[in-house]
Design a protein around this ligand. Structure first.
Ligand SMILES: Cc1cc2nc3c(=O)[nH]c(=O)nc-3n(C[C@H](O)[C@H](O)[C@H](O)COP(=O)(O)OP(=O)(O)OC[C@H]3O[C@@H](n4cnc5c(N)ncnc54)[C@H](O)[C@@H]3O)c2cc1C
Ligand SMILES: NC(=O)c1ccc[n+]([C@@H]2O[C@H](COP(=O)([O-])OP(=O)(O)OC[C@H]3O[C@@H](n4cnc5c(N)ncnc54)[C@H](OP(=O)(O)O)[C@@H]3O)[C@@H](O)[C@H]2O)c1
Length: 569
């Protein structure tokens, strides 16, 4: 028989060579399986917060993929919950209505209030995990420290620290559900650790510390600082809130659906109705989710909703500070509402009407052994709370090296994080993120968006498993085009105004990385219709169609199956 090399010289096409018994470079033996036979894939997911748990539910229950997907979730904490496990500061709460901040698959008739406190959300997450056995794939106290792409094997090689012991694992697909607000950071202030009193960060609270009657400083007026101040002030001897920038204390999100715009407790009767009438529960959730999603238009500069929001937030803030004109002159920003993440802050401004609370605008020079020294002098404290936020660079705390050893540090060197629809980054094959750069996390239902992102990831997983694919990697030019378009669009939004915000990775101007360039529907429609042309696909063999297999469809069963599966009444 003539070899491929020998027939090559005849000028015949590869196909013609094969017909004559040749074996050109893209010849492969027949895979003795029907078309679309799946190979089993292993997915490793980092993190068991809302995102990782939604993935676990999709695989186990909604899509029933456990026979083809082996899921392992590594969680560094001893419990599930992520944000709601870690953030335990006094006053921690969700400012999105609880019925629009629930797992999509587990509406909760028993939410106690319109906006729920953090501990209630944590209990709900734990309860849901128990009900659906979502902890089966989770390994707790397991911190992923390294993930390296092995090009030859087409696998991610993972290192995990399990209580000091190093464990190795590998996966076909790596999912980062590690949270976009999970790396809390201390403020850059001289002498931070010279302070001999109690020093806490809001995201690393010490439940055993009794702050009652203490002299307390709170650094920062982001959402965490605002909630902490409002909760602590009535219980402490004195409270000083150190701030250096104005901020909008806004009306409540979806406040038009609350009572007089404020939080309220659901009555037992309402909860009973929600329990007994799933349709009523659904309609209530839908109404609230529509209101949350409408927030996008409140951020759309020239939209009537944005103009209305600015007017109402301005007048409400002025009204709430009518007895504190000096505070009002400093606190009301010149930039547009939304430039920084809006915080409703019920009770926050009112705190400063009390004799025990002040807001300090003098620049902090340093921490001392006993307190804080500002340009105006030194003041003593028992407790200093740093509500100084998170590292929002989107570079994981663990080593992540993709194709040709590329890391996100390298990839985003000197610039800002750029991803593809918040889910993928070029150079990191078979890698997916929840809530990556430019995700829909600030103007729509996060849990709904997370569910769609799961579908997107699992659609890729199915394609990889059924089409004999080794790796998919988004093309660099696709990421570049998407980000160019996004930044142009985002100029229309109030987020692009000039103010320091984590939406701009802690900068005052420049690229917006903390917000998605479009509405919730825009994100869903885009993800659902993503074309394969934006991806570099590599297969397990030299022929992309090896998956066509033995010429049979999955239902044929070599002639013994349903040969007309497509005919139904
Ligand atoms: C104080 C606070 C209040 C918030 N309030 C709201 C709100 O009102 N509305 C809203 O929409 N959003 C809010 N958010 C945003 C919130 O983070 C998201 O809504 C949501 O909880 C994110 O879920 P997640 O699973 O993606 O991430 P997370 O909840 O952050 O979970 C990430 C998980 O990954 C784990 N992990 C990280 N690194 C590793 C590693 N190397 N190895 C193993 N495990 C790892 C973490 O331990 C954590 O359990 C708030 C955030 C904070 C910090
Ligand atoms: N929905 C909720 O109820 C809720 C609650 C908490 C958190 N969150 C989420 O978490 C995000 C982060 O909120 P966050 O409040 O934790 O962080 P943040 O918004 O980043 O605020 C950090 C604060 O710390 C101040 N700060 C940082 N370093 C400082 C320094 N060296 N000296 C003085 N001040 C310093 C900042 O001041 P400057 O502004 O002057 O830099 C800012 O006021 C929110 O935007 C939101 O998405 C939500």
């Amino acid at each position: 028989m003539a070899s491929a090399e020998q027939t090559n010289g005849t000028g015949l096409s590869h196909a013609a060579q094969v017909a004559l018994g040749g074996k050109p470079a893209n010849w492969v033996p027949i895979k003795e399986e029907p078309l679309f036979s799946r190979r089993k894939l292993k997915i490793i997911c980092v993190g068991a917060g809302y995102s990782g748990l939604t993935l676990a539910h999709k695989i186990k229950h909604e899509l029933k993929l456990t026979d083809v997907i082996d899921l392992v979730i590594y969680e560094k904490n001893p419990e599930v919950g992520g944000t709601w496990y870690e953030n335990r500061y006094p006053g921690v709460a969700c400012d999105i209505p609880a019925h629009a901040y629930s797992f999509v698959f587990e509406p909760n008739p028993d939410w106690s209030q319109f906006y729920c406190p953090g501990p209630e959300i944590e209990s709900y997450i734990k309860r849901t995990v128990r009900k659906y056995k979502l902890d089966e794939p989770i390994q707790f106290n397991s911190k992923v420290t390294e993930a390296i792409w092995d090009e030859e094997a087409g696998k991610w090689k993972i290192t995990v620290d399990q209580n000091g012991a190093s464990k190795k694992d590998e996966a076909d697909i790596l999912v980062n559900a590690g949270g976009f607000l999970n790396k809390w950071k201390w403020p850059k202030i001289d002498g931070l650790f010279d302070f001999k009193g109690k020093l806490l960060h809001t995201a690393n609270w010490d439940d055993t510390y009794d702050f009652t009657g203490k002299r307390v400083a709170v650094i920062g007026n982001g959402s965490s600082g605002i909630q902490t101040v409002a909760a602590l002030a009535p219980k402490v001897q004195k409270l000083v809130n150190f701030v250096r920038n104005p901020t909008w204390i806004s009306v409540n999100i979806a406040g038009d659906k609350a009572i007089d715009g404020h939080n309220f407790k659901y009555t037992e009767e309402q909860k009973k109705q929600f329990r007994e009438d799933p349709k009523a529960l659904f309609e209530h959730g839908k109404e609230l989710e529509a209101s949350v999603n409408n927030f996008f238009f409140g951020m759309y500069r020239d939209h009537p909703a944005a103009q209305g929001l600015t007017a109402i937030v301005k007048s409400q803030m002025a009204e709430r500070m009518k007895n504190q004109p000096e505070l009002a002159s400093k606190m009301i920003p010149t930039w547009l509402p939304g430039c920084r993440r809006l915080t409703p802050g019920d009770g926050y401004l009112e705190v400063f009407e009390e004799a025990n609370a002040t807001m300090c605008w003098d620049a902090i020079e340093k921490f001392t052994e006993t307190g804080i020294k500002t340009t105006a002098g030194e003041e003593e404290f028992d407790l200093i709370v740093c509500a100084s936020g998170f590292d929002t660079s989107w570079v994981p705390a663990w080593k992540l090296a993709g194709r040709n050893g590329v890391t996100l540090d390298d990839r985003w060197k000197g610039g800002d994080p750029e991803a593809f629809f918040s889910v993928q980054v070029d150079g990191l094959p078979n890698y997916f993120m929840f809530n990556g750069p430019n995700a829909v996390i600030s103007h729509g239902s996060v849990l709904r968006q997370v569910s769609w992102t799961c579908d997107y990831i699992l659609n890729w997983a199915k394609k990889i498993a059924t089409e004999d694919i080794k790796s998919i990697d988004v093309k660099r030019e696709a990421v570049d085009d998407f980000n160019v378009w996004s930044q142009e669009f985002l100029k229309r939004m109030t987020w692009a105004d000039e103010c320091r915000s984590w939406y701009k990775n802690g900068k005052e101007k420049g690229q917006l990385t903390g917000v998605y360039a479009g509405s919730m529907a825009h994100f869903k429609n885009s993800l659902e219709n993503m074309g394969a042309e934006h991806f570099d696909v590599r297969w397990n063999s030299s022929n992309r169609f090896r998956y066509l297999g033995n010429g049979e469809g999955l239902t044929d069963l070599h002639g013994l199956g349903d040969l007309v599966y497509y005919l139904n009444i």
